[in-house]
Design a protein around this ligand. Structure first.
Ligand code: GRG
Length: 310
């Protein structure tokens, strides 16, 4: 099959990503109020939302919309909404009661700069703003039924069928041992499907809904996004081992040293790499049937996630 061969398309992915990130950043910049007098809560929301992320989720949302025949502007509000949900989750994830991180995207984390109270409020406000923003898609002439369906997908990806479920499972697994099979592969996959894949799924699915995709197209994109979401984490775990063996004792290997459950720990490095490659092949298979030219950004995104070095 044509789409399963990595060399079957030629596409300038990095410039595609840069262009999409540029238009997303402009839309995000306009989405959060920032007027005199400057409110600390707005400053805190902007601090994380506008910091230097790769914008993978909004790009996925826009690419899915364009793949099913929609225009970039049709899904821009949803794409911004999904990035707001992502930013919200990053703020919470970094709190002392969660992962307790002081650096994110090369900068001090939100609670370090603004304090825990404002960080939590900024995270909450970003969820509310995400829904509000996505709802404005009707102004771009997207039919209200599509907007409603997309918003349902977005919020589902946050709650107990998405990010919250993943984080709760992660917290529940803390302190458990994987040496005596208290937690294993099933637990790890549950965490990643919910913590990472759910929002990537929502990004792809909302883009396809806004763009007017058929149910079949929407479900193919959901399955594709789930594969790349899991693959992201497998690759992340592999890179963590590579980095920590290069600079043992520095922060890169923190999770490994702390004994965190990872794919290399459960299945070894070689099998983890093979698993990531299998997920990439599966992701491509879900894109069968789409127009080869239009599907290039999503094929490249999967390759980019598989081959990234940091
Ligand atoms: C109520 C929103 C909400 C969340 C509650 C805290 C929490 C539950 C979930 C944490 C989810 C989380 C932070 C998962 C990790 C996701 C991940 C892969 C982050 C890194 O994504 P990249 O590489 O980051 O796309 P950039 O910085 O490029 O955006």
């Amino acid at each position: 099959a044509r789409l399963t061969s990595p060399k079957s398309y030629k596409f300038e992915f990095m410039s595609y990503m840069a262009n999409k990130a540029k238009s997303v950043n402009k839309a995000l910049e306009e989405a959060v109020p920032f007027r005199e007098p400057v409110l600390k809560i707005h400053e805190a929301m902007r601090y994380t939302l506008l910091s230097d992320g790769k914008r993978v989720r909004p790009m996925l949302c826009l690419a899915a919309c364009e793949l099913v025949g929609g225009h970039e502007s049709t899904a821009m509000a949803a794409a911004c909404g999904v990035e707001m949900l992502h930013a919200s989750s990053l703020i919470l994830d970094d709190l002392p009661c969660m992962d307790d991180d002081s650096l994110r995207r090369g900068k001090p984390t939100n609670h370090i700069v603004f304090g825990e109270g404002i960080a939590i409020l900024a995270s909450d406000a970003l969820i509310a703003l995400a829904v509000q923003k996505a709802a404005t898609s009707t102004l771009m002439d997207v039919p209200p039924e599509r907007v409603l369906r997309a918003v349902q997908e977005m919020v589902k990806a946050v709650g107990t069928e998405g990010l919250v479920a993943g984080q709760a499972a992660d917290l529940a697994g803390e302190g458990m041992s994987f040496d005596n099979n208290e937690v294993g592969l099933e637990h790890l996959e549950f965490i990643h499907i919910h913590k990472t894949a759910a929002l990537l799924e929502a990004a792809a699915v909302t883009g396809a809904i806004m763009g007017g995709g058929s149910d079949e197209e929407i479900e193919k994109l959901r399955s594709y996004a789930r594969c790349i979401g899991l693959m992201f984490q497998v690759v992340d775990d592999v890179l963590d081992v590579t980095k920590s063996s290069e600079e043992l004792g520095k922060t890169a290997g923190k999770d490994l040293i702390a004994g965190k459950l990872t794919y290399p720990r459960l299945m070894g490095m070689e099998k983890s790499r093979e698993y990531a490659e299998r997920l990439n092949r599966e992701a491509r298979e879900h894109l069968q049937g789409f127009d080869l030219d239009k599907v290039a950004p999503l094929l490249s995104l999967a390759d980019y996630i598989l081959n990234r070095q940091n």
